[in-house]
Design a protein around this ligand. Structure first.
Ligand SMILES: Cc1ncc(COP(=O)(O)O)c(C=O)c1O
Length: 394
């Protein structure tokens, strides 16, 4: 079973038509944010059923602008999941807000809505109000959006979907669920994601005011909107009413995004086939736990999080990493629980034991290769490599 390749957990899918799409834009008059960016926004709106879309430099920038557009202020309380990328929590820090976490549901690995409700009640009993919840559709499995929406109506917080993993996922047979439940939805087009623009992100929303603020903030807080100007010296004239950023994305990146979006459904179906293969391979192996999928959900499989019972098997995860690498597969771990990052421990006093399900998940989780260009031969190689490595501890 020797194979000179090393398999990593994720990889972009770039074909000739992508290269041509980018090259077509490069000689244009506009290569930074211009007409192709608007076209990409229109395609995103259509695909995800949103009234408004703003494409931006990356998914962290879009979360930052969501935080500003939703008017999060110093000491506001923002809740997210500990099993996510840093940005889902950091966006609150950017604007001086406080971060709190709620543990994950052990089956879906998304925020546990029962524990969230308990936390909301606790805050209410202390006369504190939670400003927003950033729910992460982790790995491509939608959070329990129906319950989240009910809690939003009951407790009056804002709801953000950090949707970076879940493009193409379905909730109650709806591929356009994200904007229906959340006030604002965050996308990343990093190369490991379902579709890429190299670096890139987007904010989708059905709220005109949020969209207006995001569009202004991504270009230095400048506006040329005649309805907002205090005066108008001429066609060159702009005004700045608040501090913004340069979070623009280029038109040639958006050309890539448009071409990739056309193939999103194909990408998702390839990812689902790979997940099916892994599911059937590992299903009867009691050393591992395969990801489960709720009945009302279709998973988008940005990641295939396989849990290995390292604790029960008395296997050292770090040693397992190197043994598996020897056998040709390099896994990544998603994620180191955010509350255990030194910054969050020091700033808010979080500690080991605060969110035990997330911590156990981190101990066991490995993200194994999943991307559309993996062939059957690759999958045979990868699964055999994992099995052989596990067997080597017998
Ligand atoms: C859940 C989640 N949120 C936010 C981000 C940030 O996106 P970006 O890397 O484009 O800044 C990522 C990307 O890694 C992510 O996975």
């Amino acid at each position: 079973m020797k194979n000179n390749k090393i398999y990593y957990y994720g990889k972009q899918t770039i074909e000739q038509s992508d290269i041509e799409a980018v090259c077509k834009i490069l000689p244009s008059q506009f290569i930074t944010q211009g007409p192709v960016s608007v076209e990409f926004e229109n395609e995103l709106k259509k695909f995800f059923g949103a009234n408004y879309a703003s494409v931006v430099a990356n998914g962290t920038a879009s979360l930052h602008m969501i935080a500003l557009a939703l008017c999060w202020k110093k000491n506001d309380i923002i809740i997210t999941s500990p099993i996510t990328f840093l940005s889902s929590a950091n966006c609150a820090i950017f604007v001086g807000a406080k971060v709190d976490f709620v543990d994950i549901n052990p089956k879906t690995y998304t925020i546990d809505v029962n524990k969230l409700e308990k936390k909301l009640i606790d805050y209410k009993n202390q006369n504190k109000k939670v400003k927003a919840v950033v729910a992460v559709d982790f790995a491509g499995h939608p959070s329990d959006w129906k319950s989240l929406f009910e809690l939003k109506n009951k407790f009056g917080f804002q709801l953000v979907n950090d949707f970076c993993h879940a493009l193409g996922a379905e909730f109650n047979n709806d591929i356009q669920y994200a904007v229906k439940y959340a006030d604002a939805v965050n996308f990343s087009f990093h190369p490991v994601k379902h579709i890429t623009t190299g670096e890139g992100g987007a904010v989708l929303t059905n709220d005109e005011q949020i969209d207006k603020r995001v569009k202004m903030l991504r270009t230095h807080g400048m506006t040329k909107d005649e309805n907002l100007l205090e005066k108008n010296d001429g066609p060159w004239y702009y005004e700045m009413h608040e501090v913004g950023f340069n979070y623009r994305i280029t038109d040639f990146q958006c050309a890539l995004g448009i071409n990739q979006l056309k193939r999103l459904k194909k990408f998702i179906s390839a990812r689902r086939k790979i997940a099916n293969y892994y599911d059937s391979f590992f299903n009867n192996d009691d050393r591992v736990i395969i990801p489960s999928v709720e009945k009302n959900v279709k998973h988008a499989y940005h990641l295939y999080p396989l849990q290995i019972k390292f604790d029960k098997l008395k296997i050292d995860k770090k040693e397992f990493f190197y043994r598996l690498k020897e056998n040709g597969v390099v896994f990544q771990v998603h994620y180191i629980p955010v509350h255990l990052q030194p910054f969050y421990r020091k700033k808010f006093g979080f500690k080991l034991g605060d969110f035990p399900i997330a911590e156990k998940f981190y101990e066991r989780e490995i993200s194994i290769p999943i991307y559309p260009t993996l062939t059957k031969k690759d999958l045979v190689f990868i699964t055999n490599a994992i099995k052989k490595t596990l067997d080597s501890y017998r």
